[in-house]
Write a protein that binds this ligand. Structure first.
Ligand code: PMP
Length: 395
């Protein structure tokens, strides 16, 4: 049957990472492909206990339809946490609870983008954001980046010469896919530029709490004098992704538009999940939990970087992230990471080729590695397998 799908579906295909993840489910494969948190630190025992408490204390309410904005005590807890850690000045009225920050990305496209509008992003950027925005048929312009983040002069050049820029998308902390973090100076310059041009910015911050070295830098939201920053947060990396609870922090005017969209998309985020997270924040020490995650991930990052330094062929560039879940490897330009993915799979190791993180294509000489999801011995063994493939491929 030849069905006539919407024009938008022409742009929409399955995420390459999700496809790779299907192959890498096999137990013999050591996968550095996904962005999965360490399951051994999921709060399984705590959630079992808290679920009982939620059902005892507010059983029917936790299973009932809820208000679209989200559970007020949780919104209050989130605003307080952001004010403490990210130096913002928010109240619960600035917070909308969503089903993971991925929903915040889709809603951002829906709120700001019409066909052929321009969205600016870092080059490279998060594949899930590219795919979310694609549904709204914009043009992507990639702003060049270096080791310190988006290059402000390049951003300004593009803004000066491009009509119809409706949105900027950025991940200033431990970026997915590169693991890079913007310096304070870059953040300040960036804010000056976007305030001059008055362009709204989605600041996506799923990894911000997971800083292993140095101090947390002020979020763009904390520098936001004109109400242009739409900050996306999530509990996926600090509790677990399966509950699907994230949030959007924005000015009340902008948030109202997102609330309208949320009403028609799915009415509200799971009443039960929201109350579980709220009770977890109330009854357990969140800082202690974050410390344990950081300790584990720091160890895994150190081990991956050390093994890469020992095993990889000479001449490859890779990032040494100060936090988050990923490192990014660049081969000399003439090579193509997609070409050796099959070889990797044959050798029971998986990576994500970097080309998918560039919305306008190219840059095939890079790949992303995740270190949060593998125990130590598999990190060492996986990097050894990958090095063998790389040495054969580069020869
Ligand atoms: N943004 C970025 C940069 C991510 O890496 C991810 C998760 N991989 C998300 C958003 C989505 O996270 P979630 O929907 O689970 O909050």
């Amino acid at each position: 049957m030849a069905l006539s799908y919407s024009k938008r579906m022409e742009n929409i295909k399955s995420s390459e990472i999700r496809e790779i993840l299907k192959v890498t489910q096999k137990p013999e494969i050591i996968s550095f492909a996904g962005g999965l948190p360490a399951p051994e630190l999921f709060p399984v025992k705590e959630i079992k206990e808290i679920s009982g408490i939620v059902l005892d204390e507010m059983g029917p309410e936790s299973l009932q339809y809820d208000i679209t904005e989200g559970y007020p005590p949780l919104r209050q807890q989130i605003s307080e946490r952001m004010n403490k850690v990210l130096k913002t000045e928010l109240t619960e009225n600035n917070i909308l609870i969503v089903c993971g920050s991925q929903q915040g990305l889709d809603f951002s496209g829906k709120v700001f983008l019409d066909e052929n509008d321009v969205v600016l992003c870092e080059s490279p950027t998060y594949l899930g954001a590219i795919n979310a925005f694609k549904s709204y048929e914009p043009q992507f312009k990639e702003v060049p980046t270096d080791d310190f983040g988006m290059i402000p002069e390049e951003l300004e050049k593009i803004l000066k010469t491009t009509k119809n820029v409706k949105l900027i998308y950025a991940i200033p902390d431990f970026q997915n896919p590169t693991g890079k973090t913007w310096t304070l100076e870059r953040r300040e310059k960036f804010m000056k530029i976007i305030e001059k041009y008055e362009i709204p910015v989605v600041e996506d911050n799923p990894y911000g709490e997971l800083r292993f070295d140095g101090e947390i830098l002020p979020s763009l939201k904390s520098m936001d004098k004109k109400g242009l920053i739409i900050h996306l947060g999530t509990f996926s990396k600090t509790f677990c992704p399966g509950l699907r609870v994230g949030w959007i922090a924005a000015s009340e005017d902008i948030l109202e538009k997102y609330i309208f969209i949320k009403q028609s998309a799915d009415l509200h985020t799971s009443s039960f999940s929201q109350r579980i997270i709220s009770k977890m924040l109330e009854n357990y020490d969140f800082d202690e939990r974050v410390s344990r995650l950081k300790e584990l991930y720091k160890g895994r990052r150190d081990l991956m970087i050390k093994t890469i330094a020992e095993e990889f062929p000479d001449g490859l560039k890779y990032t040494n992230p100060e936090g988050g879940l990923f490192t990014w490897v660049e081969l000399p330009e003439k090579y193509n990471a997609r070409e050796f993915l099959d070889e990797c799979i044959k050798n029971n190791v998986a990576i994500v080729p970097g080309g998918s993180f560039f919305p306008n294509g190219g840059h095939e000489n890079s790949f992303r590695l995740n270190y949060s999801n593998m125990p130590d011995e598999k990190i060492v063994e996986g990097i050894k397998r990958l090095s063998k493939v790389l040495k054969e491929y580069l020869n």
